[in-house]
Design a protein around this ligand. Sequence first.
Ligand SMILES: CC(C)(COP(=O)(O)OP(=O)(O)OC[C@H]1O[C@@H](n2cnc3c(N)ncnc32)[C@H](O)[C@@H]1OP(=O)(O)O)[C@@H](O)C(=O)NCCC(=O)NCCS
Length: 305
Amino acid sequence: MCMSANLNLTDDMPSTEFLETIIAGKPVQVTLDYINDRIKVRSNNPEDIDLLITYLNNLTLQNGFGKVILIARKEDWEKTLPFGYILEAVNSGYFQGDPAYFMAKFYSKERANRNSLILEDNILQSVLQHPLNPLPPRLPSGYVVREAVAEDVPQLVHLYEQIFTTYPSPITEPDYLQHLINKYTFKIILHAGKIVSAASAETDLKNMAAELTDCACRPEYQSQGLMSYLIFSLELDLIRRGFKNLFTICRSISTGINTIFRKQGYTYGGRLINNCSICGQFEDMNLWIKNPVNNLEYRTLPNHP
Ligand SMILES: CC(C)(COP(=O)(O)OP(=O)(O)OC[C@H]1O[C@@H](n2cnc3c(N)ncnc32)[C@H](O)[C@@H]1OP(=O)(O)O)[C@@H](O)C(=O)NCCC(=O)NCCS
């Protein structure tokens, strides 16, 4: 087993560590996510699922994590059920068009508690009533959209500090933000030279899947359609680059962010219980998916920034 990376570049305590181990002759990458008190792994080999689960169980107990998330394939998700895993969500096209099954096992009563179930169900039902956007979102006049660059990092730190008291990744650390800007697509909207909204797409080149994330809009600029436009602008880039599966994992209690994805044609894929630590507590997250491979709507649009 080897430790290969540590994303928290400033503190002694890492926020995330990646372990690479060999199970029955095949490499497996495991993410130890200290901020969110969880372990995350993707299954690569359906034959070895029993060995993988035994390994994860030992690792979880040794380190005291509260939740394991195993992203399983159609060949192996059912094999995880006898080990106490439950199916939380399905991303219909994640593995190069094949579904990904979000299997979860909880290691404490508190972590497994579904305290907000009824409230979140009511929010979901009201979000699902919204009709889809009949036309692509438009950027209101006076605003500019572009990709973030290194010089934007201080303003982005300020934006995320203003919006989130805590966040599932070290998004307010300049080195981490710089890493995101270098590695992924990070877009911002500016008004009078000031960043007022931001979102990113974390891309998985092996599966040609992309997670839309890090969505934030300054309170005084909200409800003007800025985030809807930013998501649309990221989508256009991703689709033109050949990404076949777009998804987001967003706060189940936020009507606004769920509405944005619903209205832009995403399909609800399930809820991840106490999935990550955000704004000071563990929160449930909804999965929304779009598989735009044959989406003519996007091919016929004029160029957008
Ligand atoms: C969620 C957030 C990013 C939305 O940004 P925004 O620029 O205000 O979003 P938009 O203006 O594009 O809103 C899109 C739609 O959602 C609706 N909406 C937005 N906020 C809403 C709210 N709080 N309640 C109900 N509907 C809401 C809008 O009415 C709009 O629908 P419409 O087109 O029919 O008018 C912003 O509110 C925010 O930064 N929130 C705090 C951070 C956060 O929770 N981020 C999500 C992390 S998963």
